[in-house]
Ligand binder design. Structure first.
Ligand code: NDP
Length: 277
């Protein structure tokens, strides 16, 4: 029997990137999935990919909408229950960082962007969890949040507000894990480093700049020791592992770093002191 047979999953932000790869993987391994995002065109591509990988049309539910709005969250829960009758897995993947058009970084970024980043990366997750909570308790389900190494402990000055939102998400993962484990619901999280997706494009970078950024970091081993950015499929594999009770039942409330070694890279040991002495 496939790993996620008879399971129903909601994957937010599944119109592209990590969310799309996760929806495709869960569906390929037997899950019925609700896919969602603001772009209906990109959601159609996700559906095509699920079908190409052996998924069935009747096992896919599509919700187009902005996840920061309660109507979209309500529709996700309502339509999933109507189509599939239950919710077993909630993947809180949708997220984004926004650049200040003025070029400001750090704490000088427009305070409106602080609100926007908290809304999509943290508040919408809390709201959706509140709405899914009774259904996940009924199914003794699993939640996987998608955080980021920008949550710390290292500072990422270009992403201060985004990192604050993700740090909040990590604390949510821990608190919620303890709150829900007595009901048989597990909560965990993944913390990716640089992954080749639409993320930097959504921040506002032109595609040439995205390519250069990925090549630069990938070729500097004191940035990414693995020597390349990660792929969305690699993150999806970890998310699926954490969503699968048979593989990870004893992992509770953890944020698992998946970053090609970035968060271990310290500049000091990467400098060749023999050339200086
Ligand atoms: P992408 O930009 O490729 O995908 C983001 C997804 O989120 C899209 O499907 C997008 O859909 C959806 N989304 C964004 N805003 C909204 C919104 N307001 N309402 C509904 N859906 C929304 O990025 P990634 O796949 O990389 O990002 C996935 C997660 O991974 C995010 O939480 C991100 O913070 C995290 N992450 C990514 C890293 C990276 O380097 N790529 C590193 C660390 C963490 P649509 O545009 O159709 O609305």
């Amino acid at each position: 029997m496939a790993r996620f047979s008879n399971k129903v999953a909601i994957v937010t932000g599944s119109s592209f990137g990590i969310g799309r790869s996760t929806a495709v993987l869960l569906a390929k391994e037997g899950a019925k999935v609700t896919v969602t995002g603001r772009s209906s065109e990109r959601l159609r591509d996700t559906v095509d990919e699920i079908l190409k990988n052996g998924g069935k049309t009747e096992d896919i539910n599509i919700v187009v909408g902005d996840l920061t709005e309660s109507e979209c969250q309500n529709e996700l829960v309502r339509s999933t229950l109507e189509r599939f009758g239950r919710i077993d897995i909630l993947i809180n993947n949708a997220g984004a960082a926004f650049a200040d058009p003025s070029g400001a970084i750090g704490v000088t970024v427009d305070i409106k962007l602080f609100d926007d980043m908290l809304k999509i990366n943290l508040r919408s997750v809390v709201e959706l969890i509140q709405k899914c909570r009774p259904h996940l308790i009924s199914s003794k389900g699993d939640i996987v949040n998608v955080s980021s190494i920008c949550a710390g402990p290292q500072p990422f000055v270009y992403y201060t507000f985004y990192g604050i939102a993700k740090a909040g998400l990590d604390q949510l993962t821990r608190c919620l894990a303890i709150e829900l484990i007595e009901h048989g619901v597990r909560v965990n999280s993944v913390s990716p480093g640089l992954i080749s997706t639409g993320f930097l494009g959504a921040v506002g970078m032109p595609s040439e700049a995205v390519k250069k950024t990925e090549e630069y970091y990938g070729s500097h081993r004191d940035c990414i020791p693995a020597g390349r950015p990660g792929t969305p499929e690699e993150i999806a594999t970890l998310i699926a592992f954490l969503a699968d009770k048979n593989s990870s039942a004893f992992i509770i409330g953890q944020s698992i770093v998946i970053d090609g070694g970035t968060s271990l890279a310290l500049a000091m040991p990467s400098h060749d002191l023999s050339k200086v002495l």
